[in-house]
Design a protein around this ligand. Structure first.
Ligand code: CP
Length: 313
C-alpha cells in the first residue's frame, strides 16, 4: 500500500468527500477485504499508531468493527464508553477530548448523541477525528460500507441505480450520509416513510419522496430499511407500532415489485417484524451480514488513509 494523498485530517461526513475520494476509500477497502480472508488477518501498516474508540452511545457493529480494523492494521486501540468515563462526573466533552489528546493518539473515533460532536472535536484537536455517528447528523462509515456492499453486488456500477430508503428518515444519520454518498456516485435515491418522520426541508434534498410502499419499491435496484429510532423520537410522532409495521415493514410481497435480484440492506440493529419481516431479514436477498463484514474492510481503509495520509497533499 502506498501513502495516500489525502487532503482531509478528519472523516466527519460523506458530503465532504468527492466521488474520487469515495471510490479511493472503497477500492482501498477491497484490498483490505482480502486481508480479512487470510489465516493470519493482520498487516503491520499502522504499527505504533494509537486509536481511541470513544463511544458515548451504545454500539455493537461500529465499535467492534473499528476495534477489529485497528488491530488488523497493528494499531493499538483503546476503548472508552460514556458509562466508564468522567463524562458521568460532569466533565465536559471539550475537557474529555483534550484529556484524550494529551495521551497522543493518532486518531479518535467518536460516537455521540449530539449532532456536531465530531466536528466540535475536529476543530479543537490536532489528531484525526472519525465520526462514528453523531446525533441525527451523519454516519459516514455506515454509508461507505453500504456503498461497498452495493458496489460489490452490482460489480462496480453505481451510476443510474435506484436505491429506496424506507422508514424513520428524520432521525436517521444513516439516511443522510447515504443520500449524499449515493447521489455523489450517480445513484438515484427514493425515500418512503411516515409523513411525521420526514425531515423538514426534505423536498430540497436530491431525492424523490413517495407516499406509498408499492410505488416506492417498484423497479428499485436496492431497498434499504432503517431502524425505527424510538430513543430519539418525541411523543406523538407515531400512532402505534402495529400500525407502523402494517404500513412500513418491508415484506417479500414488496420486494417482488423491485428489480429482479434487488438486495435488501439494513444498518442494524434490526427490529424484526417492525422494519423488515423476519423471513426477509434471513432471505437470500438480505445483505445485512454482508454489510457487517464490509464494515471491517471499510473501517480498515478509513484508519489506514487517515493514519498514513500524506499531509502535504
Ligand atoms: N449500524 C450501526 O451503527 O450499528 P451499531 O449501533 O451497532 O454500531
Amino acid at each position: 500500500m502506498t501513502t495516500p494523498n489525502w487532503r482531509h485530517k478528519d472523516l466527519l461526513d460523506t458530503k465532504d468527500l468527492s466521488p474520487s475520494e469515495i471510490l479511493y476509500l472503497l477500492d482501498t477497502a477491497a484490498q483490505f477485504e482480502e486481508v480479512n480472508t487470510r489465516p493470519v488477518k493482520k498487516v503491520p501498516t499502522l504499527r505504533g499508531k494509537g486509536v481511541i474508540l470513544f463511544f458515548a452511545e451504545p454500539s455493537t457493529r461500529t465499535k467492534t468493527s473499528f476495534d477489529i480494523a485497528g488491530k488488523r492494521l497493528s494499531a493499538d486501540t483503546f476503548s472508552l464508553a460514556k458509562s466508564g468515563s468522567s463524562l458521568t462526573k460532569g466533565e465536559s466533552l471539550k475537557d474529555t477530548a483534550l484529556t484524550l489528546e494529551a495521551m497522543a493518539p493518532d486518531i479518535i473515533v467518536i460516537r455521540h448523541s449530539s449532532s456536531g460532536a465530531a466536528a466540535f472535536l475536529a476543530d479543537r484537536l490536532a489528531c484525526s477525528i472519525v465520526n462514528a455517528g453523531d446525533g441525527w447528523h451523519a454516519h459516514p462509515t455506515q454509508a461507505l460500507l453500504d456503498a461497498y456492499t452495493l458496489r460489490k453486488h452490482w460489480q462496480g456500477e453505481m451510476r443510474g441505480k435506484t436505491v429506496v430508503i424506507i422508514g424513520d428518515i428524520m432521525h436517521s444519520r444513516v439516511a443522510r450520509s447515504n443520500m449524499h454518498l449515493l447521489t455523489q456516485l450517480g445513484a438515484k435515491v427514493r425515500l418512503f416513510g411516515p409523513r411525521t418522520l420526514l425531515p423538514k426541508g426534505v423536498h430540497n434534498w436530491p431525492v424523490t419522496v413517495y407516499d406509498d410502499m408499492n410505488k416506492a419499491v417498484k423497479d428499485a435496484d436496492a431497498v434499504m430499511c432503517l431502524r425505527l429510532q424510538l430513543e430519539r423520537q418525541q411523543a406523538g410522532l407515531l400512532p402505534d407500532l402495529s400500525e407502523y409495521a402494517a404500513r412500513f415493514c418491508l415484506q417479500q410481497k414488496h420486494l417482488d415489485l423491485a428489480a429482479p435480484g434487488a438486495p435488501v440492506l439494513h444498518p442494524g440493529p434490526i427490529n424484526r417484524g417492525l422494519e423488515i419481516s423476519s423471513d426477509l431479514a434471513d432471505a437470500p436477498e438480505s445483505r445485512i451480514l454482508d454489510q457487517v463484514a464490509a464494515g471491517v474492510a471499510v473501517r480498515m481503509a478509513v484508519l489506514f488513509t487517515l493514519g498514513m495520509r500524506n499531509e502535504a497533499a
